[in-house]
Write a protein of this length. Structure first.
Length: 290
């Protein structure tokens, strides 16, 4: 089946299973939750119908018709439900708003995983203004996990408030105090970057500071799990806004810490407990050249 045919089939099947048009009277959190759920389910249905990937910058940086269709769906709904807001999407959606707010869309985060049959991918979006991320929403369809949170609402996973950054009932050390040397760190680095010492040296310093490493290939899925406690902390360089802001908002809303540190001309994004983030920042900066 051609990608255009898969696109149409995915939209048709989505229409049979959920509401095609969202209610403009939904609040921002309700709208964000509905958008990532619908986009994720559309992408999943299209994969089941059959998809081919097309290389963007490398063999592991790919795009499918599902990425484009899911982003087009979110764009269409936002233009109708939030006509004054701006829009920025990974696959090219762009609209200048008048409200001072912008929705940032990642229709399929972890496309390489998605294309190869892994369940470790998601749809994600954030709403930001000049102060930063106001809310984030991440939906991993095959795990049926939906993380949501922001400045006006505590972080939740499938509606349950996340408390993993809170102090234990026995008064012991909480996640915010745990040192990175006792924690597992999730990360990602493309093999070509390991050939560049300006990137490889900071990555190595941070990686060897942790007790263990995990590399799964979806930053938003990782950050949702940092928020809920399944993963301890996370670091990655050069994350675009659609890979960073949804998870950043949710980690903050869960009581965690995030940071961005510039080392050797690259911006490194870090998330986790307060102590781990501080120590990861120090490790990255220890490899600064010049």
């Amino acid at each position: 089946m051609s990608e255009s045919g898969s696109n149409e089939l995915g939209r048709h099947r989505l229409g049979r299973h959920s509401t095609a048009e969202l209610n403009p009277h939904l609040d921002d959190y309700q709208l964000a939750e509905a958008l990532v759920r619908e986009a994720g389910n559309l992408a999943l249905l299209m994969r089941q119908a059959g998809l081919e990937g097309h290389r963007k910058t490398s063999v592991s940086d790919v795009v499918t018709a599902a990425d484009h269709a899911a982003e087009a769906y979110v764009l269409e709904q936002l233009q109708r439900c939030r006509p004054d807001d701006g829009i920025l999407g990974e696959e090219g959606a762009s609209k200048q708003g008048t409200s001072g707010r912008t929705w940032v869309i990642d229709p399929v985060d972890g496309t390489y995983n998605f294309l190869h049959g892994s369940s470790y991918w998601c749809s994600a979006l954030a709403l930001k203004d000049s102060s930063g991320a106001l809310l984030g929403a991440i939906f991993q369809p095959e795990a049926d996990k939906l993380w949501l949170g922001g400045t006006g609402r505590a972080a939740t996973l499938n509606g349950e408030v996340l408390t993993s950054f809170g102090r234990p009932a026995d008064g012991g050390r909480g996640r915010n105090e745990a040192p990175v040397a006792e924690l597992g760190a999730a990360t990602y680095i493309h093999p070509t970057w390991l050939a560049d010492p300006m990137c490889a040296m900071p990555w190595h310093a941070a990686a060897t500071a942790a007790a263990a490493l995990r590399m799964f290939g979806s930053g938003s899925c990782d950050l949702g799990r940092v928020a809920d406690g399944e993963l301890d902390c996370w670091f990655q360089h050069s994350s675009p806004e659609w890979d960073w802001l949804p998870g950043q908002a949710i980690v903050h809303a869960a009581g965690g810490t995030t940071d961005v540190v510039r080392v050797n001309g690259l911006d490194w994004h870090v998330a986790g407990g307060t102590t781990a983030v501080r120590q990861l920042r120090a490790a990255l900066e220890s490899a600064s050249i010049g």
